[in-house]
Design a protein around this ligand. Structure first.
Ligand SMILES: [Fe+2]
Ligand SMILES: [Fe+2]
Length: 150
């Protein structure tokens, strides 16, 4: 919590509590908090294997990775467009409103990899990619579980 207190308590994050995410079962704020939880678990798993990961960087980047969705013009665009625009918007918002580091801004910008084609430039960025996908699998499973109906 200490690592992202300024983010979680911001007006921008308040807005994220009202923006629906994955299939309207949750909100962007909820998804970002859960992604941060996955990112911390992955970071600790890696560090037990001798791979050093900055927990502060993964928490801050995770909390802000989908913040671009809080911009109306992004949220209202078709999902194939949104997939490309929200990381760019998010990275801009993260720099302007939260003064994130270059590493954190890059992790936000690249979190949709392989969409966007350019992978993250740091291990922390890769952790955010993995955490976002783990979190999304869980959310989609809760919402639909299409494979369970086979
Ligand atoms: Fe995203
Ligand atoms: Fe996400």
């Amino acid at each position: 919590m200490r690592m992202g207190e300024d983010i979680v308590q911001s007006e921008r994050f308040d807005k994220a509590w009202h923006v629906p995410h994955h299939h309207k079962k949750g909100t962007i704020a909820q998804h970002c908090l859960e992604t941060a939880g996955y990112a911390l678990r992955i970071s600790r798993w890696l560090s037990r294997r001798g791979i050093t990961v900055s927990e502060r960087d993964v928490v801050r980047a995770s909390l802000l990775h989908d913040i671009g969705m809080t911009e109306d013009e992004v949220f209202l665009s078709p999902s194939r467009v949104k997939a490309y625009t929200h990381p760019r918007e998010g990275s801009r918002i993260a720099r302007e409103e939260f003064g994130v580091s270059d590493l954190q801004a890059d992790a936000i910008l690249r979190h949709m990899w392989p969409i966007g084609h350019v992978p993250p430039h740091s291990i922390e960025g890769w952790v955010v990619v993995a955490a976002d996908k783990c979190c999304s699998i869980h959310e989609i499973h809760q919402a639909f579980a299409p494979w369970a109906k086979r």
